[in-house]
Every structure is written in structure tokens, then in C-alpha cells.
Design a protein around this ligand. Sequence first.
Ligand SMILES: Nc1ncnc2c1ncn2[C@@H]1O[C@H](COP(=O)(O)OP(=O)(O)OP(=O)(O)O)[C@@H](O)[C@H]1O
Length: 248
Amino acid sequence: MTGLTLSNLTVRLQGRAVFEDVSLHIGAGECVGLIGPNGAGKTTLMRAALGLLPHEGHSSLSALPASERARQAAWMPQAREIAWPVTVETVVSLGRMPHRDGPTRDREAVDAALREMELTAMRDRPATQLSGGEQARVLIARALAQDTPLLMADEPIAGLDPAHQMATMETFERLAGQGKSVLVSLHDLGLAVRHCTRLVLLGQGRLVADGPPQEVLTPARLAEVFGIRAIFEQTENGLVYQPLEVIR
Ligand SMILES: Nc1ncnc2c1ncn2[C@@H]1O[C@H](COP(=O)(O)OP(=O)(O)OP(=O)(O)O)[C@@H](O)[C@H]1O
């Protein structure tokens, strides 16, 4: 399996369609931002794609047996409280559970994930004693240690400080550059336009747009779907986004 393919995916919860007929493909080398207002269905889409929610239509991932799914896709859910007082290293090591590659490869993958998320100095600390943002980085590291072709993360940078938000998005970009597929839900449109190769916009119970950031985030869509006015400017430092006002 390469990436993720959804065909006519529809999810109904308590008799109401959250979204209908979503079709998309995320290929190797893509870092795709999943955007949309609160309640648009971003979490629901990812959970259904993973096979964690009943759905109509087809997901290439949910069609796989559970053991194979865990080798294909790492999932970082929105809820990120770590409940057990085990060390950071132990939490990150859980990402290796789907694999049987031996202790040397496991240690290499855990060390690399700790380095990537700047957690090496904290590896022996109880994870429950870390700040909320530090715990979020531990859970991203666990997903990195899983070393899967596809990474799905639900608002992974919420609660991180600016430097770690940017560094985490750079990590996702780098993983895509190495040939992996990344699907990440985000509310920060500024970081989305800078770091994602493509944006998928959910709203009003459907997939509203799918394409390069500048094509997706037109003034009309920002107004219609988010109810805001914003400017995008191509600068010598890349694309810059600034929200200006609420228009409803
Ligand atoms: N178990 C459930 N039963 C009924 N409705 C649900 C259930 N779970 C979620 N919903 C509804 O489905 C819709 C989509 O929720 P979802 O969490 O996927 O949105 P989201 O785009 O991730 O939102 P946010 O940006 O706020 O995290 C919401 O209207 C929510 O109230």
C-alpha cells in the first residue's frame, strides 16, 4: 500500500452525516494539511480512514488487517494526556510494538525519534511530569518511532510554542521529502500554507477544495467556509498569511 486512498467516504453519527462522498489520494512524498472550521469533520475523517469509525465508501487503510495497518500508518490523536508515570523513552518505545525488527533497529528508531523531537535530555524523566507541550512532543516522537509509510496527526502542533510548532512542521515536511505520506490537521493556516504541499478543505459536510495552498485558500472560500478575511502575500521569505477580520 502506498499513501492513502479514500473513495466516496461518508460518515454518519447518530443519524446525521458528518460528511459525504469524500474522495482523495495522498501519495508518497506529500505533506497534506487537513483544514476546516471546528466541527467540519477533520478528526472524524481521519478516524474513519484508520478504520476506527464505521463508514460508507472505501478507505485503503481501514481495509487492511489491524496488524498490517499498524505497520502502514502511525496515528497521533488529538487527546494527548499521558496517564502512566513511565519514562519518556518507554512511551516512545511503544511506537515499535507493531514491528519485529529486533532490539538494535528498535533502539535506533527510538533514539532517532527522541533526537528529532529534541527529547534526548528528557528520555529518563517520567512522562507525566512534563508540560502539556512536552507531552505532545513525546507522542509525536512515538509516532515517528513507529516508522510507517503514512503518518496521520490530529492537530499535533496545538499547544506547542512557536519554535516547536515550526520545527514539528519541518519534521513532517522532511519525512515527506524522504518519501513518506503525511496527513496533518491544522487550524494555523499560516503554518499550513508554509509547510504543506497541498491542502484539503472540509466544510459544510463535504470536501470543499483540494489542491496547492494558494488555490485552496481563495478569498471567497475563506469568507464562505471560515467567515474571515485574510491576506496571503508571496514574500522573499515565502508565502505569508495574515488573518484580518471576522466577516459574519
Ligand atoms: N460520537 C458522536 N456522535 C454524534 N456526533 C458526533 C460524534 N463525534 C463527533 N460528532 C460531531 O461530528 C462533527 C465533526 O466532529 P469532528 O471532531 O470530526 O470535527 P473537527 O473538524 O475535527 O473539529 P475541531 O476543529 O473542533 O477539532 C461535529 O459536529 C461533532 O459534534
